[in-house]
Design a protein around this ligand. Sequence first.
Ligand code: PMP
Length: 425
Amino acid sequence: MKPSSTTEKKTRSGKQPLDVDAVRGDFPVLHQRIYDDKPLAYLDNAATSQKPSQVIRALVEYYEEYNSNVHRALHFMGDKATARYEESRASTARFINAPGVRNIVFTRGTTESINLVAYSWGRKFVGEGDEIIVTGMEHHSNLVPWQILAAEKNAKIRMASIREDGTLDMDEFRGMLSRRTRIVAVTHMSNVLGTINPVREIASEARSAGACILVDGAQSVPHFPVDVQDLDCDFMAFSSHKMCGPTGAGVLYAREELLEEMSPFLSGGEMISKVRDDHSTWAELPYKFEAGTPNIADVIGMAAAMEYLESVGLEEIHRHEVELTHHAIRRLEEIPGLKVFGRAPERGGAISFEVDGIHPHDLSQYVDREGVAIRAGHLCAQPLMRRLGVSAVSRASLYLYNRPEEIEQLAEAILKAGKFFSHGS
Ligand code: PMP
């Protein structure tokens, strides 16, 4: 994939602020006007991100030029598809600084990656009386698979608390670690509070207690540089669609020793070495965990997305988002009756809030008519909603292409909603 000339310039120039206009030029979908000619302000990036032309082109190229199955085709297009698919694995390893391609398993996304670990690692290494530590800010995808495992094995889920400011209670977390802890499953960045958790520290504490650590990177890998070796985590899960890539593709990073010890998750074609009448042996890593025809096009598209993000610069993206987040919080808090949840000093651009007297669903529908896309609901984090004392919140979530003008459009729309709902409808 070729980066656009504008983004190429930025990479070379190092610490320049991100050229948001140039970035926006890469995203065709952002330029439309909706309803009565309102500019679209897309602020639902924690749910899914938009795709640049570079990614769309990679998908079109695959289907127009070399659509073929991988690994077993003995022809030109099959060779090309296999080469691109495997190059995507190398790009992914580089993107998160994994030691090599054997550590990279392609999945359908974060949810499937975590299920793979809960199933293949969990069923082998978690037993009766063992403990699994999660936090009170986990997405259901990093909680429910552990609950199912715990119920099956008679193991126990322990949930570390969130403090008033939206940070993890590290003292309580440390106190929970014991010889019974098998795994700590923690989100790198909360999709509700924006909190960035101290994963390196958590991993080191977990390791000292003899436990494994899984990091849910769904909201971190797309937004700032993530180095799995530096974090020293055992597993890292993330999704393509939240990082400018296509839906239906994602990654499980895992330490090689663990993948070697784990049993297959799904089975059938592609993941075997020898198949006898009554038993089989498994393919080498990582293919042991990639049963059936993989999602070839979308994995190639995901690698194009990673290359795109690298060409813009992940440091630059993070800096831009942090700045815009601080601006957004300041602006939103000027609105009477609006309360933002989460005050963590280390945070990214997922901003959840409530507005007195307006249900989050009503608010999101109202601002939608003003051209602003935000999310409302429990955000797949019901335990956290209970702790916040609400059943739902509204959430604006930012990415590399968002601008202060869109924050203003949101703020104006909320102010208008305030007047509309206070006068009754
Ligand atoms: N974890 C977190 C923190 C998330 O924000 C999400 C998506 N909202 C997921 C897991 C699940 O990701 P996916 O639906 O792509 O599997």
